[in-house]
Design a protein around this ligand. Structure first.
Ligand code: HEM
Length: 421
């Protein structure tokens, strides 16, 4: 999605023009005008999917937070993305699609593997992987498609933690993106249905083999932990473990990479922010949080009401779908001063990019770590970089993604050499 703030004429458009569902709109334009308008005038907004399924949108920070915090009234089991508004077949089986008490049985043991403490112990390994990923381009300079390159960043952070074999680090990101955005031409292999089928086929094949391997060779990783769990008092079967592997792999790949691409694009477009970071590297942690707020890579999170409940001043009956627009909450000027500006020093920054409440992202610490390492490597090795060609955006109402971002990088050494000669 384009990241421009609302244009004056958009704020006067008839609200009937607003469409938060159409995935193509996210490839072609910014939705920030629509969200701004809804926050201002219609904090709860009904719309139908193309299949005629009604969903309510909440767009203000406090309403998005209220929905995400209240898992008693707002259930995840029906599905958490609009693409499966009719109901997700993995409902009740994967960590992100479970309600209490089963959810806690899966979350607590897997969360340990991604705690701040565990992540700190892996810092050297993560830095070595990031260096290998960016070495060619940061050392030699030149033009590279950052969107393509950054797809490999998440595996630097959590590939081993999840238990994935290095042999699939190269292919997994494309399959994951095809699985989350089968309509996008960048990842299409035939029709959207065929693309989805092929992506699932590839992912299921590698996860099935991985599960067989981990059954015989357990280690301290997510897949091995899942194999030993007994949610609801019975062991997870291989199919449930497989579905959870899918959630972890998708959860890491489709988000972390997009924050990195949006961060690089924002810094390329705002050289003053880049220079500020270079001269004040102590801002890196704040800049990472700002990149999370700025990108908010999961645009929405869907919930279904379990009981009659009031939200945004409206009473909803049980069984209603509510889309909590995280990307809108993170531009709410009731919380964030100057929300349409990328400010690498923003503090405080209580963004909702990782969600909130019982399902808040458990991959937050490794994601923050790898984004910080990337920024530090950029500060150490790059003097300047510029967008060097057309930028294209993902066709998806769920993931705020960039599909192509050609950037021309100039390493520090090249600048020094130019000054000397
Ligand atoms: C910048 C990177 C990331 C962002 C923005 C992000 C975003 C999110 C969000 C918004 C949720 C909440 C979903 C909900 O409430 O329905 C979530 C949950 C989750 N994320 Fe992440 N994520 C990121 C990285 C990761 C990584 C690296 C992993 C690692 C495996 C991961 C694994 C998960 C899992 C397993 C859940 C489900 C937690 C639960 O339901 O209890 N994510 N993520």
């Amino acid at each position: 999605m384009l990241m421009t703030g609302p244009a004056a004429d958009e704020l006067a458009d008839p609200v009937g023009e607003i469409d938060l569902y159409d995935p193509a709109r996210y490839a072609a334009r910014s939705q920030h005008g629509a969200w701004h308008r809804l926050r201002r005038d219609h904090p709860i907004w009904p719309q139908e999917t193309p299949d005629g399924i009604r969903f309510w949108s909440v767009t203000r920070y406090r309403d998005v937070a209220a929905v995400l915090m209240d898992d008693k009234n707002f259930s995840s089991e029906h599905g958490t993305i609009l693409a499966v508004a009719a109901g997700d077949s993995a409902g009740g089986k994967t960590i992100n699609l479970m309600d209490q008490p089963k959810h806690a049985d899966v979350r607590l043991p897997t969360m340990r593997l991604m705690s701040t403490h565990t992540v700190r112990n892996r810092a050297d390994q993560v830095r070595a992987r990031v260096r290998r990923l960016v070495a060619d381009v940061f050392d030699a300079g030149g033009t590279v498609d950052v969107a393509e390159l950054m797809l490999h960043l998440p595996m630097c952070a959590v590939g081993e933690t999840i238990g994935l074999p290095e042999s699939i680090f190269d292919d997994l990101p494309r399959w994951a993106m095809a699985g989350v955005a089968p309509e996008d031409p960048q990842y299409a292999e035939g029709s959207p249905a065929e693309t989805l089928r092929k992506a699932h086929h590839n992912l299921i094949a590698v996860f099935s083999e991985l599960i067989r391997y981990k059954q015989a060779h357990p280690a301290d990783d997510v897949v091995s932990v899942l194999l030993g769990l007994r949610p609801d008092g019975r062991p997870m079967d291989a199919h449930e473990v497989l579905l959870n592997c899918y959630s972890f792999a998708m959860g890491s790949v489709t988000t972390t990479a997009q924050v990195a691409s949006h961060l690089i694009l924002a810094l390329a477009e705002q050289p003053e922010a880049w220079q500020r970071l270079r001269s004040t590297p102590g801002l890196v942690p704040a800049a990472v949080e700002e990149s999370l707020r700025w990108a908010s890579p999961t645009n929405h999170l869907l919930r279904r009401t379990n009981a009659p409940v009031e939200i945004a001043g409206t009473r909803l009956e049980a069984g209603e779908l509510v889309a909590a627009w995280v990307a809108s909450a993170d531009r709410d000027d009731a919380i964030f001063a100057d929300p349409y500006t990328f400010d690498p020093g923003r503090n405080p920054n209580p963004h909702l990019a990782f969600g909130l409440g019982p399902h808040r992202c458990i991959g937050g610490p490794p994601a923050q770590q790898v984004l910080g390492v990337l920024l530090e490597e950029m500060i150490d090795r790059l003097s300047e970089f510029h967008v060097a060609g057309p930028v294209t955006h993902l066709t998806s109402n769920f993931i705020n993604g960039i599909t192509s971002l050609p950037v021309d990088f100039q390493p520090v050494s090249a600048r020094r050499a130019a000054v000397i000669t």
